[in-house]
Design a protein around this ligand. Structure first.
Ligand SMILES: [Zn+2]
Length: 213
């Protein structure tokens, strides 16, 4: 399995493609492309690597992660997966956009609701879902135990954590989601692929993240 990261939109949010190099089958996390050149870059990445996107996976419902939902759903014609506790954000995509001066399209609804303990079969591996609220009520992490990695959205960043001042945010709950949930579910050598900035590992954050001490 291979990860391709490409930061997109005015928020520089990390979208990720996670795919099997042999079959070309893969999934895309938070495909929030905004500018025409980003849409072209996505096309180029998919074409160059012969990738077929089979699922759209959402880490949560904030605008910088969902503003490409309509475009991506039309383009890939696959189901959108996510947790329904962020439906209030997804349903308000247009309003969320206005707050930041962005004109965006209405988001399609989540097709498949993912809850704690659910598993997604990716043929060569699987992703298991844990619910990690606090940054938003419907934030989830996608863990691949075979390849020791996690797509964690805006739950935890390198030496930082997700903001908790947006609707439904809860600081204490977020800290608990990271320390008592995520870091209990994975080992220290697991790589974290966050929604912003660079990758890190659980072990590095346990030692160096100032919010977790
Ligand atoms: Zn967010």
């Amino acid at each position: 399995m291979k990860v391709i990261k490409f930061p997109v939109n005015p928020f520089q949010m990390n979208s990720y493609i996670y795919y099997d190099e042999n079959s070309g089958d893969g999934v895309i996390f938070d495909p929030a492309v905004y500018f025409p050149e980003e849409k072209k870059k996505l096309d180029d990445i998919l074409k160059t690597n012969n990738i077929n996107i089979k699922k759209i996976l959402l880490t949560h419902g904030h605008i910088d992660h969902i503003l490409g939902n309509r475009y991506s759903k039309n383009k890939f014609d696959v189901d959108i997966y996510g947790n329904d506790k962020d439906n209030f954000l997804i349903e308000n995509a247009v309003k969320q956009g206005v707050m930041y001066g962005l004109e965006i399209e209405e988001s399609p609804a989540i097709d498949v609701i993912l809850n704690e303990g659910d598993k997604l079969d990716l043929k060569n591996t699987e992703l298991r879902i844990i619910h990690t609220p606090g940054h938003s009520p419907g934030s989830i992490c996608y863990i691949d135990d075979n390849n020791k990695l996690v797509f964690c959205g805006d739950v935890v960043f390198r030496e930082s954590i997700g903001r908790t001042d947006l609707p439904g945010g809860d600081y204490n709950l977020l800290i608990s989601s990271i320390k008592d949930k995520l870091f209990k579910e994975i080992k220290e050598d697991y790589i974290l692929f966050p929604g912003h900035m660079e990758e890190t590992t659980a072990g590095y954050e346990i030692k160096h993240n100032p919010f977790l001490n």
